[in-house]
Design a protein around this ligand. Sequence first.
Ligand SMILES: NC(=O)c1ccc[n+]([C@@H]2O[C@H](COP(=O)([O-])OP(=O)(O)OC[C@H]3O[C@@H](n4cnc5c(N)ncnc54)[C@H](OP(=O)(O)O)[C@@H]3O)[C@@H](O)[C@H]2O)c1
Length: 309
Amino acid sequence: MALPRTSFTHGPKLPAVVGGGAGAQAGAPTTTGNAAAATSAPGKPRALVTGASSGIGWACAEALRDAGFEVIGTSRKGAGAAHPDGIEMVALDMGDPASIAEVAESVVAGGAPAVVVANAGESQSGPFEELPADALNRVFQVNVLGQVDLVQRLLPSMRAAGRGRVILVGSMLGGLPLPHRSSYVATKAALRGFGLSLRGEVSRFGIGVTVVEPGSINTGISTRRTKYGAAEGSPYRDDALTMVSNLDANEAKGISAEDIAETVMEEVAAERPLPLVARGSRAGLVVPLTRALPTEATLALMRRVHGLK
Ligand SMILES: NC(=O)c1ccc[n+]([C@@H]2O[C@H](COP(=O)([O-])OP(=O)(O)OC[C@H]3O[C@@H](n4cnc5c(N)ncnc54)[C@H](OP(=O)(O)O)[C@@H]3O)[C@@H](O)[C@H]2O)c1
């Protein structure tokens, strides 16, 4: 049951952020000419979507484009990456702070983005004891430090514009820990912490921050997951392989990236965006249930769902 959008449930009313086009809304953030805005359409509010070359980012980029935003998408491959029609692609490596700074600078030079969807991410698995330090550092850089670095660099322009929406794409696992996914779970829990804290800092400047937590989404991310440890002879091997095969099967049966984009667009369009919203993996039932259960019962449930004792 959806609660009515009041200041108690959804926070203060913020200036609307809507798409533009021929008749962009009065007072919408505008674009000005420069290298980053070379292909910009005058009058269209701008949206930045990280990781727009596949999956959820692709679907969000398409949805924002269709809603009348000028969309800048990112991929490590830059303009050469696969991308939806009508999206300008720029090169961004979340593992490289210099790349993040360069993209933020070029985006801001073209005018404050009205919408930022911080979506790019690495899916990682492996028994905690067997996670290499460089893999752990990288997943935190890509999923957390890079995302917040980018948002921090874009915020001053959004604050000056007096409106905007930041969507941080977390994961339901951020609140529902799972064995052999400790590094990934920890990054998504950290992103949730940043987002929910930031929200209370910037709402008075007209900026809404929403952490969107997908459940199992059928994007093919299973094939791109980085997997560590659990080699022949590892004491964790059987458990880790069981968990991964259940995880992959759940993702293959998951809802579509377009469903998550629909949720993202609801919060972009809302005058009182939600702080935290989960979708997929029966989130409407699972989230309230697991919040009510003792923590150990929730952890046991997560293990059982993934074939573990
Ligand atoms: N699918 C799910 O079941 C699920 C569930 C919960 C949360 N999520 C989260 O949703 C987000 C999108 O997932 P998805 O399923 O759409 O994954 P995906 O299809 O694999 O897309 C990931 C995107 O992130 C980009 N990316 C990956 N590593 C990057 C890096 N180091 N630097 C810059 N860009 C990078 C990729 O671009 P390039 O490779 O072209 O650079 C790609 O566009 C992720 O944050 C993921 O953790 C997904």
